[in-house]
Design a protein around this ligand. Structure first.
Ligand code: PEP
Ligand code: MG
Length: 621
């Protein structure tokens, strides 16, 4: 984070935009919510009453969390409510509760002190974890401890903020965010936590603009100071000048005007000026997004991320039946245009964080008879560990259940399967063998299964780039996952705000890798789809089109902008631009080249926020 004083009173703080949009309002500081806790020795006759007081507080906290979960589920859907399940499970964890009770009895201390000792010990373990995602789950422990201490004091957690406030905190606990009315909160400024923190996930789900990574926010911002939060660019203006406010308001108006224009042009075909048709499809990660995909004119679903099914089922694993219903629903909704279903793209750390790892190990034991008794240790580097296809092949029962559900749903629509993080041809053969066996098994059970379900490979590692030709012979189609490809080609963690400036889709190494894959697919006569974020960004999409991409898949809200861009561009010119981009030695050169190209082609110049692919909320569209 950097800070500079633009005028004598305006302070500009730079962080990480974790939920897009702009919010303006007075700061409400949420200082560390920890309660002062004191040790009170108990007389032996007081101990039983203290244990009873502790259990009463646990019951109150559980009821509060249950009510909160229902609210979040109603407002945001089950896929967000799971966040509170982790806390509910802690309040049911006999290990934790038993430890607190034992401490009250054996040390003869008050319940507050016992809660503090136990939760501090657990927090210290979380603080040591290297993985950001897992370490951030420590905030759940803090949140539960605070709720318990509040219940012990006979209070309720209060959420009475003035309307239109921007909430500022070092961390913003998920249970607090769950209680917020998004219409009444203008924005969030968060000290610590990345893109995957619960606060960030909930802010995006609630549509509240949020900036994270503003370390020391509580010391830098005074209570009631006017704030402007730009969650798209990751900026927070403290005491914004009237010019800054006016500029943002104008940008917002302009963005809304363009957005309406784009929506009006939506029925036009997606074809370049020189008559080349381009297919634009939707990436979706929950069933409710099907509606957005249809609304924004997607030509089928180019990527169905299936992790939401594992979130919903946690701490159990999703059953074949639950998966089948979801895949069938998507297949029917997508119609002839079809759906590409990606097998689960997670790692064991994420499964452990959800509490599902135990179910995974138990199921493995039950189905194979083989023990998995080694103590489980979190992976130190999950992005390079047992992730995605490696996870699925390590736990074949999970893969088999998923393939069975997909194969059964394939009778209801045009379904294809894509495998994430492939690094060898053998991985594809292994899945193909399992898929063939699953289809055979289903047919013998009398279930209707299509003759062949196309199996595709995600190209998102340097290994897959260099093996593209061989993978093209083993697979039915290729799908370019640029989000991971950039991360692995440039060795830049895509979720780490400290190296975000190095994450450059225009880096020559990235463009040359993309070009290599496009040529390999061309030689093999195989369809190549691009489903990473590059497809959703106007400048990046131009290069992709120029390099030969004809199928782009993106989050639904980016579709109108990209379709409009396609209609305005002349493919011959774009091809020439892409060829020049391939000879550039720096990403910045490529960006300049493309911005000049946009001007030469007289393509509408989009403002920065639109270049970032953000769009106003659906209800304004
Ligand atoms: C990608 O890596 O580009 C991709 C589409 O998958 P995800 O973002 O889910 O890793
Ligand atoms: Mg990926």
């Amino acid at each position: 984070m950097t800070a500079n004083r633009a005028t004598h009173s305006e302070l500009v703080l730079r962080g990480l935009g974790v939920s897009p949009g702009v919010g303006l309002g007075p700061a409400v500081l949420l200082p560390w919510r920890g309660r002062l806790v004191f040790r009170r020795p108990l007389a032996p006759r007081e101990i039983e009453a203290e244990v009873a007081r502790f259990h009463a507080a646990v019951s109150i906290a559980r009821e509060q969390l249950q009510a909160l979960r229902q609210r979040v589920e109603q407002a945001l859907g089950r896929e967000h409510a799971y966040i509170l399940d982790a806390q509910r499970l802690m309040l049911e964890d006999v290990g934790i509760l038993g430890e607190i009770e034992t401490l009250i009895r054996t040390s003869a201390i008050n319940a507050e002190w016992a809660v503090k000792l136990v939760t501090d010990r657990i927090l210290a373990i979380y603080a040591e974890i290297k993985d950001d995602y897992l370490r951030e789950r420590g905030s759940d422990i803090e949140d539960v401890a605070h709720r318990l201490l509040t219940a012990l004091a006979g209070d309720r957690i209060s959420c009475a903020f003035p309307e239109g406030a921007v909430l500022v905190g070092e961390t913003l606990p998920p249970s607090l965010l769950g209680e917020l009315d998004p219409q009444r909160v203008a924005g969030l400024v968060i000290g610590t936590g990345g893109w995957t923190s619960h606060a960030a996930i909930l802010a995006r789900g609630l549509g509240i603009p949020a900036v994270s990574g503003i370390h020391g926010a509580l010391a830098l911002i005074e209570d009631q100071a006017p704030l402007l939060v730009d969650g798209t660019q990751g900026l927070v203006f403290v005491h914004p000048t009237p010019e800054v406010i006016r500029r943002y308001q104008e940008q917002q108006k302009e963005r809304e005007r363009r957005w309406h224009l784009l929506r009006e042009r939506a029925p036009l075909p997606t074809m370049t000026r020189d008559g080349v048709p381009i297919t634009v499809r939707a990436n979706i990660e929950r069933i409710s997004e099907l509606e957005d995909a249809r609304h924004f004119g997607a030509c089928g679903v180019g990527l169905l991320r299936t992790e939401f099914l594992f979130l919903q089922a946690a701490p159990e694993l999703p059953s074949e039946e639950a998966q089948w219903q979801a895949y069938r629903q998507v297949a029917e909704a997508a119609g002839l245009e079809g759906v590409v279903i990606r097998t689960v793209d997670w790692d064991e750390n994420q499964m452990a964080a959800l509490g599902s790892l135990r179910a995974l190990r138990d199921e493995h034991l039950a189905t194979t008879g083989m023990g998995d008794r080694e103590p489980w240790i979190p992976e130190r580097n999950p992005a390079l560990g047992l992730r995605a296809i490696r996870f699925s092949l390590r736990w074949p029962q999970v893969l088999k259940t998923q393939l069975r559900a997909i194969a059964r749903a394939a009778a209801f629509g045009n379904l294809r399967i894509v495998l994430p993080l492939i690094t060898s041809v053998e991985e594809v053969h292994q899945v193909r063998r399992l898929l063939d066996a699953v289809c055979h098994e289903l047919r013998t059970e009398g279930v209707e299964v299509p003759d062949r379900i196309p199996l595709g490979v995600m190209i998102e590692t340097p290994a897959a780039v260099w093996l593209a030709e061989e993978l093209a012979t083993a697979a039915d189609f290729l799908s370019l996952g640029t989000n991971d490809l950039i991360q692995y080609v440039l060795a830049v963690d895509r979720d780490n705000d400290r190296v975000a400036h190095l994450y450059d889709p225009f880096h020559p190494a990235v463009l040359r890798a993309v070009n290599h894959v496009m040529r390999a697919a061309e030689r093999a006569g195989l369809a190549l789809e691009v489903c990473g974020e590059m497809a959703a960004h106007p400048l990046h999409a131009l290069v992709l089109l120029g390099l030969g991409a004809r199928i782009l898949s993106m989050r639904p809200r980016a579709i109108p902008l990209i379709r409009d861009l396609i209609r305005h561009c002349e493919l011959a010119q774009v091809r020439d631009l892409a060829q020049r981009a391939l000879t550039a030695s720096r990403g910045a050169e490529v960006r300049q080249l493309l911005l000049r190209g946009l001007e030469e082609m007289r393509l509408e110049v989009f403002d920065e926020a639109l270049l970032n692919g953000s769009a106003p909320p659906l209800r304004d569209a």
